[in-house]
Design a protein around this ligand. Sequence first.
Ligand SMILES: Cc1ncc(COP(=O)(O)O)c(C=O)c1O
Length: 442
Amino acid sequence: MLQDSQIRKLVRQLVSQSLPITSMKGLETNNFIPGKTRIQYSGPTWDSKEIEEAIFALLRGKWLSAGENVYNFEEEFSKFVGKKYSVMCNSGSSANLLMLSALKSRRTFGFKEIEVITPVVCFPTTVAPIVQCGFKPKFIDVEMDTLNLDLDQLERAITSKTKAIIFAHVLGNPPDMDRLMNICRKKKIILLEDACDALGSNWRGKPLGSFGLMSSHSFYAAHHITAGEGGMVSTNNKIIADVIRSMAWWGRACTCVGFANLSLKGECGRRFSKWLRPKYCGILDHKYVYKEIGYNLKPLDLQGAIGLVQLKKLLQLKKARQRIFKNYYDALKKYPKLIKMAKPSVNADANWFGFSITVITNRFSRNDLVSYLENRSIQTRNYFSGNILFHTPYAYLGNPHDYPNACQVMERTFFIGVQPNMSDEMIGYVRDSLDGFLKRYQ
Ligand SMILES: Cc1ncc(COP(=O)(O)O)c(C=O)c1O
């Protein structure tokens, strides 16, 4: 039987024979062929360490599903994002579903038919759980500088029925958080922060994801750090954290995780007790007592193991993202009559998820520029849904034309990546391609 250290050494040797193409070193050492090598808008930035830890979690983990690695990742993540508690789940979409579902619990607010304000330009699963939870989405438009929710409209939209706001920081760049927090305080509105695209960004030095009563995060392959898939909800409120844990774990009352999950008597020391008294007086295992109407949204333990490695690299990856963003921004600011780029918010230190461009001239269309880039093997993306009300399942929720800026985003905005493992040659190729296109119309 091999010792753990010997296994690790063997795995490391094996993986180093074939460094993943997505590693920080991988792309630099690969031969880049301009126009042929596809420049992805995003993707995992992994080294052998992630693979080593994933394999080790499979070999030595006591519980393939969420166990010690997930628990340790939750602890480290809470410290990073500046919240007391974090609960890992299987995706950022699930994290959003959990945040909204938590508002319904008898142990929190017990909300039933409330209004939740949200920007009409969004990622679909920021809005979908509002409807899935039986709440009413109330849409507001976005402002064109950052594509974030328009705070003037937010103030006007709040009514006595409004109990919460959910929004995503657009491509890692926040709205004016001072003003937003003031509005929430003044009007007693709950803020749910979708920070899926904003991990590592700050506002006045405070991490995004630490502002809302709850915040959601994603570890999907496209995101700042990735476990392939995965999500997290963070909060300072212990009751909410327990509700979220319960909802993600079948509705289970027992909240033992990591080592505690395997302990004989549970963390409370009362695992086998009369939990359902006075209605039922028999002794029950707490693991089969239910406190919420739940789901199963748990991650695998190896996702926690990978997340732990990735989290340590986040600030290094952020520097690379910021460098690429600045490179493009500086080169293209000479075209203010042709394009509008995302404006970095004052007081923010954004960990950019992408570089957005809105075409503001009528001399060429977004599709002209997008086709040009795609033909040069540079991947592009729409800003997610654009105006969500144009999409069939959401159409009954309102008239898309009531939101003129969202219509502009639908028609004119796209983004390219700032993938941290791009070599200087690749960055230069993307920048010069954009410059080459735009200067024809100058
Ligand atoms: C802003 C935003 N919210 C939520 C999600 C959903 O996250 P996941 O893909 O992990 O479900 C995404 C995208 O992936 C996103 O960009």
